[in-house]
Design a protein around this ligand. Structure first.
Ligand code: ADE
Length: 246
């Protein structure tokens, strides 16, 4: 999968893509990330990329021509077939489901907004999809684009073990159960007995209950949408009120 990132600060991506799983995916040719400096497409002799908002108000707005020219030049004959995402706090929320959908494409363009936003004509001309990674305001879209690349890239076939994707939070609709590894006791805290029992059915039931209770405590919104069996509902009845499920 190929990512084309349009940004005023390409160096913000240094290091982020060169470690661990993303590094390996890039080395194996499964994922490539191409950074494009929007300023390279500025048209005036000052290389301007932003200006005052028409109608007044605080801050600066990213100008349409450099962004539109950059995206058109880079995507070329794939302009019509490549989803163009604009990162913005005013976008629709990014979710695991959106990531799964985007991972079906072989190419994705990401435009990183800065300042007070991007001239609306960019969205109209390029038919962008405006996406937010959460209800908070970043200094710009670069970190949000890096988050999207990370989330989408690991869904590309071959990047990680498919079983890990099945089990994890959000794919199943519930938060994940707690994990333990050696040593069996640390500072007086013991690994729950059931995990040492070797009894697979009891382990699976304990994990299901932990996932349900955690989701109830931390994300009641997810629990309300989850597919629950009668057995799940019984397991939910014995969740602690607060405390261990937090
Ligand atoms: N730019 C500023 N805040 C953002 C957010 N929450 N998501 C995506 N882009 C942003």
């Amino acid at each position: 999968m190929r990512f084309d990132v349009f940004t005023l600060f390409p160096r913000m991506f240094d290091g982020l893509l060169d470690e661990s799983i993303l590094k390996r995916a890039r080395e194996r040719g499964l994922v490539s990330v191409h950074l494009h400096d929007i300023r390279d497409w500025a048209t005036d002799r000052h290389r301007s990329v932003d200006d005052y908002p028409y109608g007044g108000g605080p801050g600066m707005v990213m100008m349409a021509p450099p962004i539109v020219h950059a995206v058109e030049a880079v995507l070329a004959d794939e302009l019509q077939t490549t989803p163009i995402i604009a990162l913005s706090a005013s976008g629709e929320p990014f979710t695991q489901a959106m990531a799964a959908e985007l991972a079906q494409h072989r190419r994705l363009a990401l435009i990183c907004g800065r300042y007070e936003g991007i001239d609306e004509r960019v969205h109209l001309l390029l038919r962008t999809r405006e996406v937010s990674i959460g209800d908070y305001v970043l200094t710009g879209g670069e970190l949000a684009a890096a988050v999207m690349i990370d989330v989408v890239a690991r869904l590309v076939p071959g990047v990680i073990d498919p079983e890990s994707v099945q089990e994890e939070s959000f794919t199943s609709g519930l938060l994940e159960y707690p994990q333990y590894t050696r040593p069996p006791e640390f500072r007086g805290l013991k690994v729950p007995e059931v995990l040492l029992s070797g009894h697979h059915a009891r382990i699976a039931e304990w994990r299901r209950q932990q996932a349900l209770c955690r989701t109830k405590a931390r994300r009641p919104d997810l629990l309300a949408r989850a597919q629950l069996s009668e057995h799940d509902r019984r397991l939910l009845e014995s969740c602690p009120d607060t405390g261990s499920a937090r």
